[in-house]
Design a protein. Sequence first.
Length: 359
Amino acid sequence: MSVAQTENLNIVAVDHMPSPEEIKARVPLTERAAASVLAGRRALADILDRKDKRLFVVVGPCSIHDPVAGLDYARRLKKLADEVADTMVLVMRVYFEKPRTATGWKGFINDPYMDDSFRIDEGMEKARRFLMDVCEIGLPTATEALDPIAPQYYGDLISWTAIGARTSESQTHREMSSGLSTPVGFKNATDGDLDVAINAIISASRPHSFLGISGKGQSAILRTRGNRLGHVVLRGGGGRPNYDTVSISLAEQALAKAKLPVNIVVDCSHANSWKKAEFQPLVMKDVIHQIREGNRSVVGLMIESFIEAGNQSIPADLSQLKYGCSVTDACVGWDTTDEMIRNAAGVLREALANRGVPA
Ligand SMILES: O=C[C@H](O)[C@H](O)COP(=O)(O)O
Ligand SMILES: C=C(OP(=O)(O)O)C(=O)O
């Protein structure tokens, strides 16, 4: 008598996925790309350790869906990054994994052809190739680590990692962060709660042992050292922004109470701009003004930006896609981005002279 099936009742297929080592062998890390990654990580660590007075700005599309437009953007950003390098370190947002509130396209790795074919195997290789191209241009990259296995495939090409508002409270993401080789920004929760991000920094700073995969793609027990470069990212939430001076003071107090470095990144987008991209310049201007007025806790900013302003839904006929325009959250366009960053650099040139280690 056969035993009734009790597992995999909702699994319809198990398809082959190449191992991290196989994908890396197809797109091997180049010397030039490694140099960009390491230079980016070093600059970010120095900013977080207060050895470098500059600000870092994570700027780029809400999501990458078209590598051609993405690289067009990266080339523009690299030119701007060189021009403002005395005041800011620009890190390109290269987001391949989108955490959805309910449903929607989950990003370039999950569905690279945006046609529900879900070729994760091809998406991963293309994503790695894109990251390599950006690093080869000489830009450091930032991404949101959503799937806990995915960093094994591309982590060598990332300089800054975000843990999103929907996953800062997740033990899995805290464990993963404890082993990442980059500084990690933990977002406050979507309801505005900051404690989850503070607890995440504490948790990720400690060693963990947990289930993961090896480079060969085998189940493995990963044992981590702990990541000392966690920090909070204020993105607003619960129906209100949290980049104002009072919210930032409260965040400073909470970090100090937890005996953590008082390092804050402000996300100009999401609930801080009421999800209206056109408000992002106002948020950035406000925060830069706070720095000019003496703020010492803000070490970084985030901007959702692409070539064209706004966003578009994914059309059934992909030839109708508008070039350089986001298919997820609305972004500021290139001209606005350029203006935002140049204006901020102008103010920071004077303001940074007074910066030091926060009290
Ligand atoms: O930045 C991205 C979005 O805000 C996040 O993925 C949630 O998107 P959704 O609410 O459209 O699903
Ligand atoms: C999903 C994102 O942000 P949050 O986690 O703040 O919603 C994002 O930056 O793409």
